[in-house]
Structures are given as structure tokens and as C-alpha cells.
Design a protein around this ligand. Sequence first.
Ligand SMILES: *Cc1c(COP(=O)(O)O)cnc(C)c1O
Length: 390
Amino acid sequence: MSLASGRPILSIPGPSPLPDRVLRAAHRASPDIYGDELAELNLSVMAQLKRLAGTRAHLAPYIGNGHVGWEASAANLFDAGERVLALTSGHFGRSWAAQLAEMGIAVELLDFGLAPPDPARLAERLAADKAQDIRAVLVCQIDTASSASADIAAIRAAMGDHPALLVVDAIASLGSAPMKMDEWGVDVLISASQKGLMCLPGTCFLWFSDRAAARGRTSLTTPVWDWHLRANAEALWRFWGGTPPVQQIHALDEALRMILDEEGLEAVWARHHALAETVWAAVDAWGRGNPAIRLAVADPARRAASVTAIHLPGAEELRAWTAAKAGVTLGIGLGAEDPPNALRVAHMGHCNAAMVMGVLGAMEAGMCALKVPHGTGGLEAAAAVIAARA
Ligand SMILES: *Cc1c(COP(=O)(O)O)cnc(C)c1O
């Protein structure tokens, strides 16, 4: 028999669960897109998005997903043939680098395997760049596949006075983990609507500093990608390079109100961190009975707040079991050393203690049903974290 009927729990790292309020905000007919009301709402959403990123920098919105954000930023920053250095900690950093290489950009990888970037190695590499022709350092704040979290302030510090721009993919981290774009000296920030922002997939955003803006246009900049046209827009259609995504603007307005004005950004970050610790506690307890069960990132300070990658024997069967029997969809072991024996638990965006306890409970039930050896006390350990943090 199956016990999966009821409200499904989606614990994959994007798209993340949508609040009913966000869905309701989007559920409306399109208005006159030349009217003042939508134009004003759009301006307010742009201002909220800058608050979310901790910046007074420029902001260009696009219709598209994270991959569009990667391409749009590169098309504004680089000429074909220019050199960039990508710090990679897993599947997403490497895919980003590969996409830019396809665009003709000379991407060099500083690869950390599935571990977070080491700022000392970056400093060493930049010191060797005597000609200073590396134009940018690229890094994912959270690589969603490995769940490694980069220390952005330390990476900026390691860049010293090398003139390269710092370009950060915050697609899996914005709205989940701290981001202080201006304070940390980030030149370009890339994010999208469907993860920590608790919105529908379909929009992405580029925040960029004066230093990045000073690049002007490059040989790769075409009218659709040109961020100056969007960031300096007056008419609503200019922001979006055509018809605005009306329903998504309403959804973003609602989600950003929930994050910034109701719960508060610091509280949102603290909630994500506490929920992450809840998952780590359960996995550590399971691992005490079976060393093959373990967290992918050893250092707690460098684990992601929004997603946890786990090595677990029989993970593929466990994912199938929790989906069929308990209504819980877990993330695949994307980019892991041994994908069938790895999975990811997302705790991203609209996610609370009960959802995480439900996910962990379903996993433990599945391990019992499938006879995956594991230590006892996982749920108690998780509950203790919630008791201590709440
Ligand atoms: C999800 C994700 C992407 C890709 O975003 P899409 O919307 O799937 O194109 C890129 N980078 C990171 C870190 C992500 O988590």
C-alpha cells in the first residue's frame, strides 16, 4: 500500500515549493501593460530585489532561467577570446564554465572537485597573472549539486588589487543564505526566481556594479542581452525587452513582501541555516550506524543553507520509495561521485521545520523498509536541533 496521498512535499533544489499566496498573486488576468499601476509595481519589485541582494547597484531583469542569466551576464562582460577564471565546486560551476566556453570566452577552471573554493589557491593563481589579463573570477555561492558553499568575502579578499571583476552565481543562495553584494565587493550577481525567491520559474536577474557597467558594450552584446537598456529603462517594456511577465511581477511582489517585510531577511537566513543543521544532525546520527551514510561537505561552515548533498547507499531506491510511499520527492545525486548512491535534500525557500521533519521521517521509514543499515536516533537528533533553534 502507499501512504503518499495528501499534500506532496517537493524537496528538490529548484524549483522550490510555491507559497499559496504567491500562486494566488499570480492568478490574474493581464492588465493594460501600458498603464501606470503595473509600471509602479515593477519599480517597487526592482527596489525590493536590490534590498534582497544588499546593493544599490544596477539591476537588469530578464525573462528566462538561470542559464539565461549566465549567458546574459557574459554577453555584457566579455569579448570573445577574453580570459576568465572559474572557481568550480561541482556540476553547476562546471556547466557555467562550459556554457561560456561555447560562447568563445577563454575559460580557465580552478577546480576544487566537490569541495568549496580555497581562497589561498585563488590568490596564488592571480599573483601568477602578471599581465593581469584575467578579466573576471566566476564562482557559485552555493553549488547546488555538491552543496558546497563558497566564502564570497574571503574570495574577494583573496583577489587583492587584481583588477578582475567578481561574478557570483547566487541562483541557489539568494533568499536562503546571506548576500551583501556591496559590502563584499561583488561586481555582478546572477540569480533567478524559482529557488530561494519562492517564485515561479521564468525570470532571472543581473545586479551589476559601476565597475562592471563601465565595460560598456562588448563584441558579444546584442540588443536582447544589453543590460544597460534594461537597467536604465524608463518604459516598462524596456525593463523586460518586450512584454513584461505580468503574472510573475505580481508573484515576485508577494514573495519579496513575505521575505523582506514580513519574516525579515535575517530571520529567513537564520531559518534556512537551522533547517540545514536539522538535516545534518539526522544524517550524522544515521552515519553513526553506517559510515557509508555521510554528508558530502565535511566542514559545517562551508555547507549550503539551502540544500544538503548526502552519500547514502541505495539512494536511488530510497528516492523511489519516498515518492511512491510517502509523498516526498528528494533530489537526485546530480554530479556526485556515485550518483545512484547519492541524493540531495532541499530546504530552500518556502520550507519549515515540519516539512524538513517530514522529509527526514520519510527517509528513515524508507531506509527501514529497504533494509538500508543506519544509526538510530536521526529524528531525535533533528528534533533536538529544532528545539534548540526555534
Ligand atoms: C539551478 C541553478 C542553475 C541553473 O538554473 P536554471 O534555472 O535551471 O537554468 C545555475 N546555477 C545554480 C547554482 C543553480 O542552483
